[in-house]
Ligand binder design. Structure first.
Ligand code: NAD
Ligand code: TYD
Length: 338
């Protein structure tokens, strides 16, 4: 059946990959993309589909009820990717995180409730569970967010659940592990290290470099979100994981090896405060419904490294000409790298 889906944050990393997937794989669907175009949102991420008659872009803030009303009008479903997403930035100041990741979710849920939206997917994160030394978190595990980004995402996650429990808004919550792939803003580990290495700049590795993340290719994540949107049950939470737990030092070495760059570029720097040691998810609930990741590791990482090497036009303007990025980089890494 044809659907009209509202995607929020569709100009960011995962949202843009999701919009492209839906347009390619659901020919009868239309997509409205509501995005504020913060520092992380870029029209370039969707320039290849901008002319598709099934695609509509609305510039606006999910905290603004008028913008949300306009964008959600006529939609049958919504997927909320819009968020402030970078842990390090949340440590420099958390106000925007609380606004978008909690209040913005409230505005979206209120409108979904008002118009009787058919389905609402809240994109949450593994970070809401906090760190785990052994084993993996299931959807039943307690939430224990340990940084301001994670805490604000946990707020949005539980608010979405509350709108199901209280008003029967048909909400589904997904919690994914660390994504990697094309179009990721070059502040996150993989694109930052690849683009720095390409220019022979130091790679600032926090602490002992042995924190563990479970790496999920963005295409696998997007297929999982589409799968949950179509097959998930309202009121349920689904973990989404790649099953590729690696220490940061191993990711760093793979990047350098692939680019033929020396390990002397690795620069151990002062740790992130409150740095979660290990994230690990049990994704058997969604797998039991029929989803599974397709992208192999480290093959997917190697392809991703090549993508950044071949798409300098995409990241070079951010790193060289975006004053906001340069200011952030100096604030985050200036003293660490001095
Ligand atoms: P991103 O930072 O690349 O993109 C965020 C997008 O949201 C941008 O286009 C930005 O302009 C938009 N946005 C921000 N505030 C907005 C607002 N108030 N109104 C409208 N648009 C706004 O983020 P991402 O990495 O693509 O993450 C997308 C979602 O997935 C987030 O909810 C994030 O918490 C979640 N998530 C990310 C990861 C990961 O590894 N990147 C893992 C699990 C979950
Ligand atoms: P990041 O990409 O910020 O994602 P998250 O904090 O959501 O997991 O970081 C991934 C890992 O890489 C995390 O353990 C922190 C580490 N890291 C560094 O060591 N140096 C850096 O410059 C960055 C950005 C991250």
């Amino acid at each position: 059946m044809g659907q009209r889906v509202l995607v929020t944050g569709g100009c960011g990393f995962i949202g843009s990959n999701f919009v492209r997937l839906v347009l390619a794989e659901r020919p009868g669907w239309e997509v409205a993309n509501l995005d504020k175009l913060t520092y992380a949102g870029r029209l370039e991420n969707l320039q290849d589909v901008a002319g598709d008659p099934r695609y509509r872009f609305v510039k606006g803030d999910i905290c603004d009820p008028e913008a949300v009303r306009e964008a959600m009008a006529g939609c049958t479903m919504a997927v909320n990717f819009a968020a402030e997403t970078h842990v390090d930035r949340s440590l420099l100041g958390a106000t925007h995180f609380l606004d978008t990741d909690i209040k913005g979710v409230l505005v979206l849920l209120e409108e979904a409730r008002r118009i009787g939206l058919g389905r609402f997917v809240q994109i949450s994160t593994d970070e809401v569970y906090g760190s785990i030394a052994d084993g993996s978190f299931t959807e039943e595990s307690l939430l224990n967010p340990r940084n301001p980004y994670a805490a604000s995402k946990a707020g949005g996650d539980r608010l979405a659940y509350a709108y199901w429990a209280t008003y029967e808004v048909p909400v589904i919550i997904t919690r994914a592990s660390n994504n990697y792939g094309p179009f990721q803003y070059p502040e996150k580990l993989v694109p930052l290290f690849v683009t720095n290495a390409l220019r022979d700049l130091p790679l600032p590795l926090y602490g002992d470099g042995r924190n563990v993340r479970d790496w999920l290719h963005v295409h696998d994540h997007c297929r999982a979100v589409l799968f949950a949107l179509e097959n998930g049950q309202a009121g349920e939470v689904y973990n989404i994981a790649g099953g590729n737990e690696r220490e940061n030092i191993e990711i760093t070495r793979t990047i350098l090896r692939e680019l033929g760059k020396p390990e002397t570029l690795i620069r151990p720097v002062a740790d992130r405060v409150g740095h979660d040691r290990r994230y690990s998810l049990d994704a058997s609930k969604l797998r039991a419904l029929g989803w599974q990741p397709r992208v192999a590791f480290p093959g997917g990482l190697i392809e991703t490294v090549q993508w950044y090497a071949e798409h300098e036009w995409w990241w070079q303007p951010v790193k060289d000409h975006d004053g906001e990025f340069r200011k952030y980089y100096e604030q985050q890494y200036g003293a660490r790298l001095a």
